[in-house]
Design a protein around this ligand. Structure first.
Ligand SMILES: [Zn+2]
Length: 190
């Protein structure tokens, strides 16, 4: 008789994964029951979504994950810390972005459950009982990064007055007529 992967007892399989390595795939509620915790360095090479936001080779990122219960609710507390290189949107040269972010994910299966989470928790839907911890951490890294990367003014080779998207937006707004001025003109012309 051939032993297949499916014949492995599920719980032994999960226990075997509780090592220094971050498991590739977990059953989140089982991990909550076991109060599974992991801390270590994340290789970012395989993170495709992160790769579209950063430039150059990324260094390992320190991360922690800790499954457990608080207020009777299943949750994951975690932390991501490190630095990546992004492209400054003012001068188009690389800028190093440091981040250091803690998070708490409430594990939910419905919107009603989501609404009952403490205010500073994020909701994490676990409908299919499968979770890829690396994806969870990648998501948190992306949330920790700025939408638009920029150097501090003194370090930037770009001319802020020329290329700063915010000041361009401000100029755009100056050109647009103020709706209240238009109203005033209408009243005067009556
Ligand atoms: Zn710059």
């Amino acid at each position: 008789m051939q032993e297949t992967f499916d014949s492995m007892p599920l719980h032994d399989y999960h226990c075997a994964l509780m090592s220094a390595q971050l498991p590739v795939i977990v059953d989140p509620l089982f991990m909550v029951k076991r109060e599974f915790a992991w801390s270590g360095e994340l290789e970012t090479g395989g993170m495709e979504r992160l790769a579209t936001h950063v430039s150059g080779a990324a260094e390992p990122i320190s991360a922690t994950l800790e499954f457990g219960r608080e207020h009777g609710k299943a949750r994951i507390r975690g932390h991501v810390q490190g630095q990546v290189e992004m492209i400054c949107q003012r001068c188009m040269l690389p800028v190093t972005i440091s981040f250091d972010q803690s998070f708490c994910l409430g594990l939910v299966q419905s919107q009603a459950e989501e609404e009952r989470l403490p205010e500073d928790w994020e909701a994490c839907y676990i409908n299919d009982a499968e979770m890829y911890p690396v994806d969870v951490l990648e998501e948190e890294i992306l949330l920790a990064l700025p939408l638009v990367a920029r150097h501090e003014d003194v370090n930037c080779a770009g001319d802020p007055a020329q290329t700063d998207p915010e000041s361009e937006q401000a100029q755009e707004q100056e050109k647009r007529p103020n709706p209240f001025d238009v109203l005033a003109q209408l009243k005067q012309s009556r």
